[in-house]
Design a protein around this ligand. Sequence first.
Ligand SMILES: [Zn+2]
Ligand SMILES: [Zn+2]
Length: 266
Amino acid sequence: MTISLRSRTKHFCMFMLLAVFFCLFASDSAFAQRNVCYECKTINAADAASCKSCNLALNLCLDCNTENPADKDFCSKCNASLAEMRILGRIDPKTREELKLGQSERAKIEKELMKVGYLLEKKPEDEEKLIFKKAMLLHRMNFFSREAETWREFLKKFPETKKKSTANAYLAIALRKWGYLLYSQKNKDEAAQLFVEATEANTMDAEAWSWLGRVKMETGKNDEAKAAYLKSLEANPGDKVAINFLRRLKATIPAELLTPRADDKK
Ligand SMILES: [Zn+2]
Ligand SMILES: [Zn+2]
């Protein structure tokens, strides 16, 4: 009984929340009304931080508790995006906690991405650090295509960066995972291109070579498949998958590649 009542309350909260979201986003005038206190309806100055009648914070940052002027989109102290917080801030903290609003890993990363986007405009001198951060956030999100594009941008803009090898290693991983998605959608030509780019970014990415070998073999390019599997084996000697396919392709395998390198053995 209690449970069903609780879940019904929860559903009602969800419904109300959606209604609030809808109303706020649907109307263009919503942004003009930020200075209107949602508790007592007093109209405050456009840049007021709190309501002149009831003292309610009009644009509170839920991350660092700074009371920002109503006309600001990003927190003056921590640069967090305030748009979502203005809505979350109207929901009482207990309900917010219970429904875990804005707390999912994805929601947190998206918030961080908005912050990075804002800082890229505000502090262009930090571009190298910020694009790197953006790529790492996309990596955590498993957004392979956007991650790869961000690493490409990073390496193109900062070819002499100290983080070049790290960026190339991550680029290779993102490209081969993106390539695998295309491969699984039967788009083998574009997948092959991404696998090639992955092996160029990091010649030691054994999996990228292995996938390149696979797609070449399946498209009847056996010589290219052999070459790719041999590279995979060079990057990861003793790898059973590569050895297996090389034998199938009737390739000669150098003896030293048949067993793992001494320093790889534990
Ligand atoms: Zn008020
Ligand atoms: Zn803040």
